[in-house]
Design a protein around this ligand. Sequence first.
Ligand code: FAD
Length: 528
Amino acid sequence: MPGLVVDVLVVGLGATGAGVALDAASRGLSVAAIDAHDLAFGTSRWSSKMIHGGLRYLARGQVGVAYESAVERGLLLGRIAPHLVRAQPYLLPLVPEVSRRQAALVMTGYRLGDGLRAAARTPRSLLPGPCRISSGRARALAPPLGPAGLRGALLSWDGRLLDDARLVLAVARTAAAHGARVLTRCRALEVSGDGALVRDELTGETLTVRARAVINAAGVWAAGLHPGLRMRPSRGTHLVLRPGTLPGLVAGLHVPIPGESDRFALVLPQADGRVLVGLTDEPVDGPVPDVPQAPEEDVVLLLSVLNSVLEEPVRREEVAGAHAGLRPLLDGEGRTADLSRRHALLTTRDGMVTVVGGKLTTYRRMAEDAVDLAVSSGRITAGPSRTAALPLVGAIPPGGRGGGHDDGHVGERGGGDGRRGPGRPGRAGASAAGRHGGVADRLVERYGGEAGAVRALMEREPRLAEAGPTGVTGAELVWAVRHEGALDVDDLLDRRTRIGLIPADREAALPMARAALADPLPTGPAET
Ligand SMILES: Cc1cc2nc3c(=O)[nH]c(=O)nc-3n(C[C@H](O)[C@H](O)[C@H](O)COP(=O)(O)OP(=O)(O)OC[C@H]3O[C@@H](n4cnc5c(N)ncnc54)[C@H](O)[C@@H]3O)c2cc1C
């Protein structure tokens, strides 16, 4: 394999690394970005999928972090990824365990959060303000809430991602559109300020990548590449409930955790009808696993907090899946729940930049800061970041979602080396829009401006219109193989779609995924 020379080498393709690749490539720099596994293989796919305005940080007096979050949330909602980020209502049920004083304090916090929204210039039309609602209205938005002692609810709004892994994918594909070489299954074995020894995990071959700047965005694994860096990972577990387990749930819930005055469990209805329930915060010692496991004690704890506000308790056997992620926190004093979520930038003696910590919401700002630091070191020359004004692949302006509008970017198979990168956007027609009803709406939600191109696949090959578990169609899997760099069933079921969040659904979808991988590439005219 020949050596590679680039301006910027990015290690890690979670939200942060994909963001760095896009930031650097859109400044006109040549970029190679690698991941040992797949896009969004690490922590980025295990998040609560919230794009938050930083209320929790405000409560701790971290005003700068809170403001930064609010600004990034506004950019994602309004310009960068309006197809993937939406406003989501949340209820804090006023059950007897929530005192009037606590309710008043929380409402004050919500109002301050609304002030941050205004300071960040996010209009109310994108993110409505908070208010108190009656118990009747609360039960209309969340019918499973128990009526006993419910004296109403506090209603607030925040940003929510349709799917965290799809955000990473969209950022990486946009980077590829700006010329970045995005390579999965490539592990950095050794890194320095001017390059890395990289192993192709499919063939075992190694190659040297030479770069003017190297940016380590390996998340919770970053310390393995940066001498002296100490991390203190913290495990966050979510439960996954099947559609219908909490019937009629429209709003998310903030459920008070007994004994904790400012921490709440989250109940998060997903676009596919599943519901996530999170979220623990437990320090983890020892080696960092590739895929962390959710222990039974986390499942039991979350279930009991959830059941404290429900009329009909959810039984253990109704928990269809559970997963855990590790927060990439820097080591510091105190509980992991109290460690700062502000990101950190560190430079090794030989000039490698590590960007770590932070959160999904602020991935763009983290990336901008990391590239700015590399530029300020004089190793590379580039203008200022452009990403605040750069819509991601598939972005449709807010309000333009419902009508099947199609700006139709599609890619070729393979981005960088023609084999394993996510596709490079090109143009496609919108001729097939609108003939598949409910499926069409779902596709617009997941693919934004590319929905028409996915529908076109179904029209050309009707067998691909058949839906499997969770409503995902064969066309989406084939699309993921052809244009989103999916290489195996894990990529398809665990990251391009999230079927795998429920193991039984994953099992049922395996034949469909294998068929998509075996599907021949079109030999005729390109998909236009
Ligand atoms: C349970 C949980 C819930 C959360 N919820 C939210 C939320 O709702 N909102 C929010 O804003 N934030 C949330 N966060 C925080 C957020 O998810 C993380 O801060 C963010 O995803 C970290 O992204 P990253 O790209 O830095 O790391 P990762 O996503 O972990 O990416 C690192 C990548 O580096 C790769 N890698 C590692 N070593 C190498 C190597 N040697 N060579 C090549 N590649 C390598 C890995 O395969 C991985 O893909 C949550 C975190 C957790 C744990």
